[in-house]
Design a binder for this molecule. Sequence first.
Ligand SMILES: NC(=O)c1ccc[n+]([C@@H]2O[C@H](COP(=O)([O-])OP(=O)(O)OC[C@H]3O[C@@H](n4cnc5c(N)ncnc54)[C@H](OP(=O)(O)O)[C@@H]3O)[C@@H](O)[C@H]2O)c1
Length: 333
Amino acid sequence: MQAFVLERYGKRGALQAVDMPMPELRDDEVLVEVHAAGLNLLDAKIRNGEFKLILPYRLPIVLGHDVAGVVVKAGPRARQFKPGDEVYARLDDFRIGALAEYAPVKEASLALKPKGLTMEEAASIPLVGLTAWQALVTKADLRKGQKVFIQAGSGGVGTLAIQLAKHLGAFVATTTSTTNVSLVKGLGADVVIDYKTQDFEDVLREYDVVLNSQDGKTLDKSLRVLRHGGQLISISGSPDPAFGQEIAAPAFVKLVMRLLSSRVRRKAHSRGIAYAFLFMKANGSQLHEITRLIEAGAIRPVIDRVCPFESTNEALAYLETGRAKGKVVVKLK
Ligand SMILES: NC(=O)c1ccc[n+]([C@@H]2O[C@H](COP(=O)([O-])OP(=O)(O)OC[C@H]3O[C@@H](n4cnc5c(N)ncnc54)[C@H](OP(=O)(O)O)[C@@H]3O)[C@@H](O)[C@H]2O)c1
């Protein structure tokens, strides 16, 4: 099968298109014929070597986290899905490989593809949809009437998080640049701050939840727009010790996480704000909940562009410009 393989870490290095043997299927996995694969900045960051501490992959690996396709074979302990099912998933860490013609997927990470979505649309959802779910539902327990600030509303995570927060009944503020103001308003954002002309710190007050996806300076400013008792959930920057514990990181990695996050944890504590770093995980049952919201019309995919599989390196380079409006997907079938 054809696959895009990471042979050595390196900034902006290219993935190699290679012919590989079919992947071996584990008992609790199904084999998916990949029709489309969603790209994520995580793919670029792993390629660059930025995730070596958190995800110490031994190379070579097939890259890619999000798939949509058709089940062609089920392992002996996989009982929920059968050949012919149209499915989608965020592949598990250390079992990634969406950028290939076939991908083995743990059954517990899989969900049926939402009816009415194309394969490309479905492949755009899992990683960012689950990130929004795990931040707003699992961690924040966001409630009707609460105020949430979702940064970068026009990005992959932002476009889904705005829609999910609106579905939960929250009041949503977001940041974007001038050209994307109508996009985020169309997704339901109540307050849109054009970060090119305004500073969100001058506009937002007493927010219940902030979903931070930007740099350290933005993380600091986020603390100042939260109310006492509010929650700051960060999906970028340095992981905190709780996350180190969760992934059973080696002691020195936990120490690095403790040191790097100490400033924001201390500041949050002094303001009575709960701070948490989130690194999303594959989860088939949460993805099933997202399927239901998509089928009910509460959430729709936002796709910037669909590229041919052969152009995977160029598609990833485009995503890395940081200008994508929603998702970038590669099409295999
Ligand atoms: N920890 C986790 O589990 C997790 C999960 C998913 C993503 N992430 C991380 O979260 C970040 C966002 O991911 P993503 O997939 O949403 O990225 P993305 O799709 O590449 O985001 C691109 C968008 O960001 C907007 N943007 C850029 N700079 C901005 C700024 N200063 N203020 C507001 N908007 C800005 C751009 O809009 P303009 O063109 O208008 O500037 C563009 O639409 C990345 O660092 C990613 O690695 C972490």
